[in-house]
Structure formats: structure tokens, C-alpha cells
Ligand binder design. Structure first.
Ligand code: SF4
Length: 407
């Protein structure tokens, strides 16, 4: 599959972070002055008490006890921000704790093999985040002497860190006065200030960034930033926002106009081209053959099903020390990336393993009962999980294999 390294699995697009603000003091202040742009609705913003309302609400109703709220270490703040993209707080907590235990410092993460990082990430999904985390740690060690830059404009140039994540790291690790504009904050601002879409998504983004910057308070930046994210995550939700409990209700233009459901205006997407490939589930009923993908490109560094680009199933089986028994078609897999849709035809090849080939490092037999913990692309993992036989069948298959080996 010839895939562009610039293409991103849509499962892996950055989303939103949540849950911070503790009572810790910032250990350093390395923040640049904010280059404030002209606000979109200066008249609406001035004197509205917007920031004060958000801060007061956050103090009482926001989240304060999450593990990443008990630290100002930029490594830990960054790790939590990346994990929280597209993933619920509840799911992130055990991963965050295990990841910190396994890679206690940024240097330890940078020195670890990518496969080990992907393995620790396994189950969180959206593996581009883990690959970028690893590359970013190596970049900070090699170019910044292992010190996380405090300036969000510098941080935003590091692998896997966009403008909003850089601002979040700046705010929560260094106390910088920087605007966050993740999906939750965007929804709150678009509704509160009735920001309609124009013909240009780029213009709309610039307008919202300018608005976000114009609203920043001069103090309590951390409670304010966390409050906006908490509001978007808990009250100003996508469907049926809880306007009656919202501290911004009396200011909110969308509420006054009854347009909560229409804002923010959804971005219209062009239809994507489709690519078709064929993959093989080569299995003896207990294990499945996987191939490690190249480090760059789609699903880079992950184990995945081998592709059948021009070769035959029989040749693949022989090359891996197997005798082909029978093949069958499985339901195809459809998956969406940023630049195309992928349609994978899936062939199941039941085999008998004759001899373990010395094999190249990139090939690996994975026991089916370990599929859940392996670093696999989400759609491949879903497929393999659906193929897992019940434990009793695995035990019978293992005994049959042992009998064959005895004869
Ligand atoms: S009043 Fe409703 S729509 Fe407006 S910001 Fe609050 S929750 Fe969102």
C-alpha cells in the first residue's frame, strides 16, 4: 500500500483535552508576551464579565482532582494533553499512570524503542499520537537539551503539538497567558458570540483564534482555560446544551437567538477518493501472522495484517513455514483517513504451521488471546477480536497441535 506519510488516520486527529487546575505554584515563567489580535466582536467582549464568570464557575464546578492536575512538570502536562485528545478522561487515567511508571522521564521516553512506546499506548488508539510523542521527546532531548520550551510558539513547532496543545502546555506548566481553542472551547465561543461560518474555513479559524485571544483574562489564566474546557465538556455539549445551568447564559447570543443547534457551523468536507487493498488473516486457529509496518506512513510502526500486493496466499504461507489448508473471504473493512478512504478486502487463510521460519524481524505470530493488548490499527484489532475463538476452542486447538507435534 503506497501511502503518503502526510496522511493521517481520522481516528488520530487531535481533539480535546480536559480536567486540570490544581493548587500548585508554577515552577518557572518562560512565556512570551501575547500578540493580541483584533477581537471579532469587541463590543460584545468588553465588560461582559465573560472571563470572570468562567473562572468563578470553574472554581466551584470544575474538575480539580485528576492525576495530571497535581503536577506542573511539563513532561506530565504534555503527556496528559496528548492522551486526552479524542479520548475520555476516564479512559486516560490508567494509561497516564502506567505510561508515567514505564517512562518516568522525558529522557526515558526518548531513549525507548518505538515498539515499546506503541505497546504502552496499546488500547488508547490513535497511534499517531504515540509516534509523535516519541519523536517529540527525541527532538526535545536533541535540540532543547531535554528542557521543554516554555514559549507556546516554539512548542507548537514540535512533532504532534498544534497551536492549542502548545497553549495548554504553556498555561498549565508555565502559567503563560495563551489561548486554547480545542473542540470544546470552539463550541462555547461559537455559540456564545454567534460566530457564523463563512465560505472559508481558514478565515473562520482565524476569527475564532482572534476572539479566543481577545477574551483572555490578565490573571487566573489556568482556572479560566480549564473552565472553558470544562464548560464545553460538561454543559455546552454538542447536543442539548444545559443552558439553564450555564454561567454564560445571560451573555450567550446563540441562546438568545435559539440557535444552539446550528452553531458552530459544521465544516463541509469534500468527498474523499477510495483506495482498495487486500489483506490476509493467516492463522492456525491459535495465532495470526502479522507484519510490522514501516515507521513512517500510515499505521507506521504498528503490527498489521500482511497485504497481498501481487503475490499469492500460498506463497505467503510457504514463506512463513506453513501449509495452506483453506481460504475464505471475510467481510471487507472500511476506514477513513484525512485524504482518502481505505477499503480492505480480507481473505482468511487457515494454515498448519510446519516449521517456524527464522524469518525477518518484521514478521510476528501473535496468539489470538493477546490481540486485545497488541499495538494494532483499530480496524484490524476489531476484526481480529471478532475472530477470536472462545477459550475452550483455543485449548482444543492447542491440544490438537501438540498431538500433531507428537506424531
Ligand atoms: S448558554 Fe447554552 S449554548 Fe450558550 S454557552 Fe452556555 S451552554 Fe452553551
Amino acid at each position: 500500500m503506497a501511502l503518503s506519510p502526510a496522511t493521517v488516520d481520522t481516528d488520530e486527529i487531535n481533539g480535546t483535552a480536559a480536567g486540570r487546575v490544581g493548587g500548585l505554584a508554577h515552577s518557572s515563567s518562560r512565556c512570551p508576551p501575547l500578540a493580541t489580535q483584533r477581537p471579532v466582536s469587541a463590543a460584545d467582549v468588553a465588560g461582559s464579565g465573560f472571563a470572570e464568570r468562567v473562572v468563578a464557575w470553574q472554581r466551584v464546578n470544575g474538575r480539580h482532582e485528576l492525576p495530571w492536575q497535581q503536577t506542573r512538570d511539563p513532561y506530565h502536562v504534555w503527556l496528559s494533553e496528548i492522551m486526552l485528545q479524542q479520548t475520555q478522561v476516564r479512559s486516560v487515567i490508567p494509561y497516564y499512570q502506567r505510561f508515567r511508571a514505564r517512562f518516568p522521564t522525558l529522557e526515558a521516553l526518548a531513549a525507548a524503542p518505538l515498539a515499546s512506546v506503541l505497546e504502552a499506548w496499546s488500547g488508547l488508539g490513535y497511534y499517531a499520537r504515540a509516534r509523535n510523542l516519541h519523536r517529540c521527546a527525541q527532538t526535545i532531548v536533541s535540540r532543547h537539551g531535554g528542557e521543554f520550551p516554555g514559549d507556546p510558539q516554539i512548542t507548537a513547532r514540535l512533532p504532534g503539538i498544534g497551536r492549542s496543545t502548545a497553549a495548554a502546555i504553556g498555561v498549565f506548566a508555565f502559567g503563560c497567558r495563551a489561548a486554547i481553542l480545542d473542540g470544546n472551547v470552539r463550541r462555547v465561543l461559537a455559540r456564545c458570540f454567534a460566530v457564523d461560518g463563512s465560505a472559508s474555513p481558514a478565515v473562520d479559524r482565524r476569527r475564532l483564534w482572534a476572539l479566543a485571544e481577545s477574551l483572555l483574562p490578565t490573571t487566573e489564566i489556568e482556572a479560566y482555560s480549564q473552565g472553558l474546557m470544562d464548560l464545553g465538556a460538561t454543559l455546552c455539549v454538542h447536543r442539548q446544551p444545559a443552558c439553564d445551568r450555564c454561567p454564560l447564559a445571560s451573555l450567550c447570543a446563540a441562546r438568545q437567538q435559539g440557535r444552539q443547534a446550528a452553531l458552530p457551523v459544521p465544516v463541509t468536507r469534500k468527498p474523499l477518493p477510495e483506495r482498495r487493498e487486500r489483506v490476509i488473516v493467516l492463522t492456525d486457529g491459535r495465532q495470526v501472522l502479522l507484519e510490522r509496518r514501516p515507521a513512517s506512513g500510515i499505521w507506521g510502526g504498528l503490527l498489521s495484517l500482511p497485504e497481498l500486493a501481487g503475490g499469492s496466499v500460498e506463497a505467503l504461507a510457504q514463506r512463513n513455514g506453513c501449509r495452506l489448508l483453506v481460504t475464505s473471504e471475510l467481510p471487507s473493512i472500511r476506514h477513513r483517513f484525512t485524504h482518502f478512504r481505505l477499503a480492505l478486502a480480507v481473505v482468511r487463510a487457515d494454515v498448519e504451521i510446519i516449521a517456524r521460519s527464522a524469518g525477518e524481524h518484521r514478521w510476528q505470530w501473535l496468539p489470538l488471546e493477546r490481540v486485545g493488548e497488541a499495538a494494532l490499527p483499530a480496524p484490524i484489532k476489531r476484526l481480529l477480536l471478532s475472530l477470536r475463538p472462545p477459550p475452550a476452542a483455543i485449548a482444543r486447538s492447542a491440544m490438537a497441535a501438540a498431538d500433531r507435534a507428537d506424531h
